[in-house]
Structure formats: C-alpha cells, structure tokens
Design a binder for this molecule. Sequence first.
Ligand SMILES: C[S@@+](CC[C@H](N)C(=O)[O-])C[C@H]1O[C@@H](n2cnc3c(N)ncnc32)[C@H](O)[C@@H]1O
Length: 318
Amino acid sequence: MLSVATPEGFLLECRLMSMFLPGQRLHLVDKKGRHYALTLKAGAVFEHSGETLSHDDLIGKPDGTMVQLSRGKKMIAVYPTLGEYTLKMPRGAQVLYPKDLAMILVWADIFPGARVFEAGVGSGALTLALLRAVGEGGQVVGFETRDEFARTAMKNIERYLGGIPSQLTVLNRDAYEGIALGDRPEAMPFDRVVLDLPEPWRVVPHAVSALRLGGIFLSFVPTIPQVMHTVEALERSRAFALIHTFETLSRSWNIQGRSVRPDLRMIGHSGFLTVARRVEKLDSDAQDLESNAEGEEDAEQGWVRETRTGEGPNDSRR
Ligand SMILES: C[S@@+](CC[C@H](N)C(=O)[O-])C[C@H]1O[C@@H](n2cnc3c(N)ncnc32)[C@H](O)[C@@H]1O
C-alpha cells in the first residue's frame, strides 16, 4: 500500500482494517453482479429502483457485508478492486479496460521502485495501476494536455487511494513536444515509458533520450495504422529492439449447473500493445538484416522484431 502525504492518509489505514468509513468509495453489487458506486457520507441515502439504503447502515461495517435495501433487495457491499473501480469512476477520457491494464503491468514490467513516464493520463486508470505497481520507492510522471482530464484523474486517484501519493507528478504538458522534466530531474532517466495517446510515434524520439538503456517502451493504440506508424518510428530510431505487438482477448464463461459455456457478450476489441526495449543504437547491418527478414521468424535475426519463445508448438505446457 502506498504512503499518502495528505491528512486523508488515514483512509488507507481504515482500508487495511477493512472497515467502511465516511469519504470512502464502495460498490454495492446486486445478485446479477451489477456494480453501483457510492461515496459514503453520514446521513446520505443510496437510492436504486425505488429502494433506499442509509449510508449510516454501512458506516463501520466490514468489507463484504450483505445489506438489505428498504424493500428487501439484498446487495453485497465491497471495496472495489482497482479494476472494478476504474470501470465505474467518473471519466474524462476513455479508460483502459482491466484486461489491458493487467497486460501493461506485466509487459512493461512495472516493478517496485520503477521510474515511469506516462502520457496521456486521461481519467487516471492506468496511473492508478502504475502507482500501485511502483510502490513507495517508485515514481510516476504523467503528462496530460487537457487540464480538465487531469483534474478528473487526480480526483479519481485521490478518491481511491485516500490522497495523492507523493510518488506522483501530473503535468499539463504535450508529450509530442518532449519529455523534459526541469522541475523533477530525479525521475530521469526513466525505466519505463508507457503511452496511451493517439500518436505514440511522435513520442518515440523523446523516449530515446528519456529511457535508460534496457528500459521499456510500451504504447496502447486502438488501430493498426497507429501500430504501423509506431513500429516504423521505433525501427527508424535504431534505438529499440525486441519490438512486439499483440492484443488481448478476454472471454468470460457462464458456469451454472449444466450451462457451461462462454458468455454471450465480450469486449471484442479495445486496442493493441506495442512493446520495445531501449538498446544501444543498432548499426546499419543489424537494421538491414531485420528489414530483409520480412517477418521471417529467424531467432538469430530477432533483435528488432521479437520472436517469442515458449509460446510455440514446442512449449512443454501444450
Ligand atoms: C485514451 S486517454 C488515456 C486514458 C488513460 N490511459 C486512462 O486509463 O484513464 C488519452 C489521453 O491522452 C491525452 N493526450 C492526447 N495527446 C496528448 C499529448 N500529446 N500529450 C499528453 N497527453 C495527450 C488526451 O487528452 C487523453 O486524455
């Protein structure tokens, strides 16, 4: 859990004790698994489909409590997980889905203590996930061009964590113009650059100087032309290798008696992740070999475009 440099830091401690207190965000979940978000306030009333529940009936109760609304409907009151919270929090910009947040943390290899550059901050869903992963010793520096989105993001972060962690800096800046951090030089060079904005290829030249050798670049974009521009920019820089693009399909299943089948609905598409490793500048020979490879999966030539091992037919888990 992060330490919080604000008076509201006490909220986190209450969270550790798993007891609902005023000011906290919780979810009420009905029998069908639908979530309803509320911020606890003494004297306030939750209303749903003509039924009510006094917030006072929740204050002081433990996480996971079953509550009954005025006409008998039962719901479970829980602290939302980070994924649940991000799906219900107020949005400025479109948030990343939990399936992509999870993949970003692993493929960008966000570790405790990491110094991470993020753009754009949007509604703060990815920022929250990054903050959690870098922990107390890490740093997240986020650029966001739209002030109103940055403000929404800060509110979302504050509401979930009980304050704004000292590890976070959000600046109203344009990542296409550079990743200069005059006022926060201790974060440079970054271990990771993580982008969720429309033209990540325009950040690639800045990422070359902002990332340490061995650092990781990751971008999320919804369309393939955006992926193509990004990969071209990474290759053109000659400073990135092990470039790898993929998407994540997550399909949940219905398990009820004999009705064991995939759910009828799923998120068919969100976007593509492109991951690359900052390396010593590749010489032109290496670059030529790569451009001749034309996508052939030859591991000896696989510096630029990564050939994944352990995922093919020889994988012993298959
Ligand atoms: C899809 S949203 C990011 C959502 C965010 N990842 C989240 O999970 O809440 C994209 C954001 O990038 C911001 N943006 C676009 N161009 C930018 C730039 N050049 N520099 C910084 N932010 C930018 C937009 O204002 C928008 O808020």
